[in-house]
Design a protein. Sequence first.
Length: 99
Amino acid sequence: MADTIGGLIDKLFTVDMKMWTNQELLYEIRRMTLDEFREKYFETEDGCSKLYECLKRCCDLNVQRSQLIDEIDEKVVAMIAQDGNLDDGKNIQRKHKTY
């Protein structure tokens, strides 16, 4: 069964909260000097692993977030199109990646 608009928004909110929690490490890193960063994350295998897992999780959550936003956009356009106010999905604009 397809997700409702409310279900998609709920999923988006959950992903956003997970992103916010995981990005706390990135804000901590932002306040570090290069020497502090090296000491914390590259002098032990555990530090490097922790950093890698956090960065990977942040990237994965960002991909999920983008996909959910696209699904919500498509669902809203489809809902409006059913009422005859829009043409066949021509108003869906995909995000342009700049990396």
